[in-house]
Design a protein around this ligand. Structure first.
Ligand SMILES: N[C@@H](CCC(=O)N[C@@H](CS)C(=O)NCC(=O)O)C(=O)O
Length: 239
């Protein structure tokens, strides 16, 4: 039995981490039975990040390698029916979201004071009181240094939002008026596209990235449609 770690509803979303939403959705798409594990915090994962899975004694981190494992071990193809060109395009979209938009999102959630206070700061609420504030402050500082090291953090918040908005615009164009990224039915990259679009769009946070995403009615209908299909309980609550 596969166990997924790092997944759990937060901020009006299926999970706080877009990578955890992606993996959860790819597990749903695969049709394989799985369960949610306890203790899904980054430090416990094999790569120091969430999500990870355990499968017959194997502990595997990173959403892309998890998908690979599912497809190879269980013979599923989340991109069945796609052309080579569509598969290549799907990879480009995923890289744009995971390695670019993600960091702009981190800026909006972690480095904006109001968003941090109501969002990521609460991750530490259950820590012992004596260490809580220190760990919260040091973790935020580490996140800030990571965004700087990645590169986006060298720009002003307005410049980061401008770059992030270009990725959002590009995603909206890629989806166009199709129900899903590559046509009438969801493919593997829809898990990523949905995860990032819905994470940026959640009304739980405010900021220029969310404002940018709200400009695209097709992104709103895309996330609504995908939410209804895979997370009807959350879609109903939000309605
Ligand atoms: N490449 C990884 C990225 C996962 C990732 O960045 N997870 C974040 C949460 S959204 C994390 O666990 N960060 C903790 C840290 O960097 O210490 C994947 O695809 O799974």
């Amino acid at each position: 039995m596969i166990t997924l770690f790092g997944f759990g509803p937060a901020f009006g979303l299926p999970a706080a981490s877009p990578f955890a939403i992606k993996t959860d959705l790819q597990l749903k798409m695969s049709g394989l039975p799985y369960a949610y594990g306890e203790g899904g915090i980054p430090q416990n994962g094999p790569k120091g990040k969430i999500p990870w899975i355990e499968d017959d004694g194997l502990r595997l981190g990173d959403s892309t390698f998890i998908r690979d494992h599912l497809e190879k071990k269980y013979g599923v193809d989340l991109d069945a029916g796609l052309t080579r060109e569509q598969r290549a395009r799907a990879w480009c979209v995923e890289r744009m979201l995971e390695d670019h938009l993600y960091w702009a999102m981190v800026q909006e959630r972690w480095l904006d004071d109001a968003n941090f206070a109501k969002g990521p700061a609460t991750f530490f609420d259950r820590m012992p009181e004596g260490m809580r504030d220190t760990v919260r402050r040091e973790t935020r500082e580490r996140v800030k240094n990571t965004v700087y090291a990645q590169g986006l953090g060298r720009h002003s918040p307005a410049e980061i939002a401008d770059l992030g908005a270009r990725s959002i615009a590009s995603l909206a164009v890629q989806i166009g008026d199709k129900p899903y990224l590559m046509g009438d039915k969801p493919c593997g990259a829809d898990a990523t596209a949905f995860a990032f679009a819905v994470s940026v769009l959640t009304p739980f946070f405010n900021g220029p990235l969310r404002d940018a995403a709200c400009l695209y009615p097709n992104l709103l209908s895309y996330t609504g449609r995908t939410m209804q299909l895979y997370y009807p309980e959350i879609a109903t609550k939000a309605a």
